[in-house]
Ligand binder design. Sequence first.
Ligand code: SF4
Ligand code: SF4
Length: 122
Amino acid sequence: MKKYTQEEWENICRRCGKCCLIKLEDESTGEVYYTNVICRYFDEEHMCCSVYDKRCELVPGCLKLTPENVDKLAWMPKTCAYRELFENKKSSIKTTIKGRVIKETEISEEEIEKHIVDWEDL
Ligand code: SF4
Ligand code: SF4
């Protein structure tokens, strides 16, 4: 992969918000299920993380994407701009999560499984 400046790397993101959806993993199969519930720190109005600089401290499961790990995150949405870049694919799907999610603070932990959805455009 070519070398990117920090700014170039950040600008690849198309702010779809799909990576900030809460995911559930079936421990026996390793299968990952996406929900329509979004991280409490996602700012849906501006379509960005509201705690970007501290995201990895505040949300242990929030990983920092880098050119070195982008190929190792199999659960990243298929339409993620970084994944497409790594896989050398261009998808025509440019949808976002805007208006299609609820915040994790709006539901209880027990309810989360009821929010598993099939995001056809993920
Ligand atoms: S902390 Fe920010 S980047 Fe991480 S999942 Fe939440 S909203 Fe997304
Ligand atoms: S899924 Fe990829 S392109 Fe979309 S917001 Fe997350 S990092 Fe950016």
